[in-house]
Design a protein around this ligand. Structure first.
Ligand code: SF4
Length: 730
């Protein structure tokens, strides 16, 4: 902990007038009298203050930027960038800069709540936990698989590890999942089949070493701004930037080549790029021969995807497909960046495997400035998966169907025999709750009523449970319908670790005490286990004790210690304490059992629903720079909320004219599954026939419009990015 007695202030440079993109510069001032922040204070006040800067990690996107929380006289009053952090180098985006605001918000949960006769009443921890245990024990005795858990990408690795252990060793079920199922589930599955590991292959700092960056289904300048900054630096170094997106996003604005792809046609574009690469002999034959298998199968498929034959399907001119193939194929170091525009489709896994094919075809993997880089949306979505908060895998992605894996874990945990029946994924858990096949659910730090597709049905499913327990920092839409609400600590009030999108494990440090009776998530599970008579499984005195156990159970983390994380964090795999961590994966061999990368030939599949006369538009969804997820935290920041606080629908001027709509007009958006009301925003940055809704706002919630009945059979991903829709005047 550093104690400083001088003030700093932030100066925002609006670098892009039209797209509202800001880069934030910190200016260190040793003359506090000139500080904008403190200009109204007299010098005596400042010297009387006890100001502590506590280095920790931003709670928002998967970049995992370092920042200092400013604790003034015991309260968190601000944020200051952390200059030496290798990810953000002292810069922060608006979300990071105002990440402290929600911590002191008056609506923070401060005491446990029990619902009686439809109303919450405050209760003590003892009373609440005793009642929760009574209910869980009754259901567990009937059948442990009648209980399910939802873990959280916003909580620490330590919280998530303890929760999955509680579910498996105390309750006896593998019904535990996290939000990755609805974001990067296809990445985990698709890259496991092709590379043997479902993680970002290269590092954030590495991006600026590429000669060509192909960005598809991702808008880093808004969604991962500090990765966006690396892309801008790469461009300044001479790299060619190609962006494929249905919208002319702030990232697209910086592209050398923009491909206005029709949503849901990614596979055809990627196959066509590979067609040109093979036609022109740009493939890396040596790499293909030594490092991969099933190349001939790929050749047979992509030969049918000439640019001329796909341009009318995908909306990208054949000449631009050719240019993309030549630029990507001829560059010495080509990198691919993708995000939810690739994965949140019913064919998301196909899209991911197609990109893996393109990477291997040109040998653009295992080297600096190359790779296939999925950008994780939430701060710890990589960590929550690493910790085994997944229905089919233990910590470290170990397969518990193997007797030896279960036996080792039983020995390590010193617990009764573990359940070998496969757990349910989140959509299956909700389906089971809807049908009455699930009796209790315990949700930590997630808000499925907002974030899962088909909101109304999700709510009905959760209300159908005998017992719903929600542990959170605010009374979310999901907490409001719970039987028990447990007040947890925010990221600013806890110690532990987060793992960012580039697999970097970093320390999170407590900067203030929590409000009221709020308690760390892991401590709450330990308390419940104690009441259930399983305290010997949870003897941790601190987060570091939990991390020692994580290291023993998660081979990728074996060489990581809190002490080694003090400086810049470490990227897994890190198998022993001498190992420096792994910034680039698949250098010598892939992580598959045979060490080879596997080509997966993919044909373009149609969308589950196509536009027709009733629903002639295609609805796509996404994020904006000022908000995060369901805006539970960013919505509590006056400054961020002041920028944009309500939903809107973007549509092209051509469609607006056809429908006789004007900007700010309230309209209805209808799909075959629901309807919402929102305001019109007319912009030529979106192609005719396509409309866009941000995901963050309670008014105009896209999940009221989605369809969770048709799912990808292996990943259970619904179609979230290409829904036929229509707009109606009100
Ligand atoms: Fe936080 Fe992401 Fe912004 Fe960095 S880029 S400050 S991690 S929201």
């Amino acid at each position: 902990m550093i104690t400083w007695f001088f003030c700093q202030f932030l100066e925002y440079k609006k670098i892009d007038e039209t797209s509202s993109i800001y880069l934030c510069e910190l200016i260190l001032r040793d003359d506090h009298l000139n500080s904008k922040v403190e200009s109204n204070r007299c010098i005596q006040d400042i010297y009387n203050m006890n100001i502590n800067l506590i280095p920790t990690i931003c709670p928002y996107c998967g970049c995992g930027c370092g920042l200092n929380l400013v604790n003034v006289n015991g309260k968190i009053k601000g944020v200051e960038p952390w200059k030496r952090n290798p990810i953000n180098e002292g810069k922060l985006c608006p979300k990071g800069n105002f990440s402290y605001e929600f911590v002191n918000h008056e609506e923070r949960l401060k005491t446990p709540l029990i619902k009686e006769n439809g109303q919450f009443r405050e209760a003590s921890w003892d009373e609440t936990l005793n009642e929760i245990v009574r209910r869980l024990q009754t259901i567990r005795d009937e059948d442990p698989d009648l209980i399910a858990f939802l873990s959280s990408a916003r909580c620490t690795n330590e919280d998530n590890y303890v929760l999955q252990k509680f579910a498996r060793a105390v309750i006896g079920t593998n019904n535990i999942d996290n939000c990755a199922a609805l974001c990067h589930g296809p990445t985990v599955s698709g890259l496991n089949l092709t590379f043997g590991s479902g993680a970002m292959t290269n590092s954030i700092g590495d991006i600026e070493k590429a000669n060509c960056i192909f960005i598809i289904g991702s808008n880093p300048l808004e969604q991962h701004p500090l990765i966006g900054r690396r892309i801008l630096k790469a461009r300044a170094n001479g790299a060619k930037i190609i962006v494929a997106d249905p919208r002319y996003t702030p990232t697209a604005k910086h592209a050398d080549l923009f491909l206005p792809l029709i949503p849901g046609t990614d596979v055809a574009l990627i196959n066509s790029i590979m067609h040109v690469i093979l036609r022109d002999g740009l493939e890396d034959q040596d790499f293909i021969k030594k490092r991969t298998m099933d190349f001939e199968k790929l050749k047979n498929i992509v030969k049918n995807y000439s640019p001329d034959s796909v341009e009318h399907i995908i909306g990208v001119p054949a000449a631009d497909i050719e240019k993309t193939a030549l630029t990507y194929g001829e560059s010495e170091k080509s990198s691919i960046i993708y995000c939810l525009g690739i994965t949140e489709h019913i064919m998301g896994m196909d899209n991911v495997m197609s990109l893996a094919n393109l990477t291997m075809l040109t040998g653009n993997i295992g080297r600096e400035g190359t790779g296939l880089n999925p950008l994780r949306g939430q701060n710890n979505v990589q960590g929550v998966c690493d910790m085994g908060a997944l229905p089919f895998l233990y910590p470290g992605y170990k397969k518990y169907v193997l007797d030896s894996v279960r036996a080792d874990t039983e020995c390590e945990w010193d617990c009764d025999p573990l359940n070998f029946l496969p757990g349910l994924q989140m959509v299956e858990i909700l389906e089971a709750a809807y049908d009455g096949r699930m009796k209790a659910m315990y949700i930590m730090g997630e808000n499925p009523v907002f974030s899962e597709p088909e909101t109304l049905k999700v709510k009905e499913s959760l209300m159908n449970l005998e017992t719903l327990i929600v542990q959170d920092i605010f009374l979310t839409e999901t907490a409001a319908i719970a039987d028990f609400v447990l007040p947890a600590t925010s990221w600013a009030e806890k110690n532990g670790t987060f793992t960012n999108t580039e697999r970097r494990v970093q320390r999170v440090r407590k900067a203030a005490d929590p409000p009221g009776l709020a308690m760390e998530d892991w401590r709450i599970f330990c308390q419940i286990a104690r009441v259930m008579g399983s305290s010997k499984l949870f003897t941790y005195q601190s987060e570091e004790d939990i991390f020692h156990e994580i290291r023993r159970n998660t081979p990728q983390y074996a060489g990581i210690t809190y002490q080694r994380l003090e400086a810049d964090g470490l990227q897994w795999p890190c198998p022993d304490v001498e190992h420096p961590g792994t910034p680039i994966l698949h250098g010598e061999k892939f992580a598959t059992s045979h060490g080879l990368g596997v080509f997966k030939p993919i044909e373009l599949r149609g969308l589950p629903e196509t536009p027709d006369d009733d629903y002639p538009l295609i609805l796509s969804t996404g994020r904006i720079i000022f908000h995060y997820h369901n805006s539970n935290m960013t919505g509590k920041s006056k400054i961020l909320d002041n920028e944009i606080s309500n939903s809107f629908v973007e549509l092209n001027p051509y469609d607006a004219l056809k429908l006789d709509l004007s900007t700010q007009e309230t309209v209805k958006i209808k799909t075959r599954h629901g309807e919402i009301e929102t305001k019109v925003k007319i912009t030529s940055k979106i192609a005719p026939g396509i409309i866009f809704l941000p995901i963050h706002f309670l008014d105009g919630k896209p999940n009221l419009l989605t369809n969770s009945k048709v799912l990808d059979p292996s990943t259970k991903m619904p179609e979230l990015k290409a829904l036929p829709a229509r707009i109606e005047k009100i």
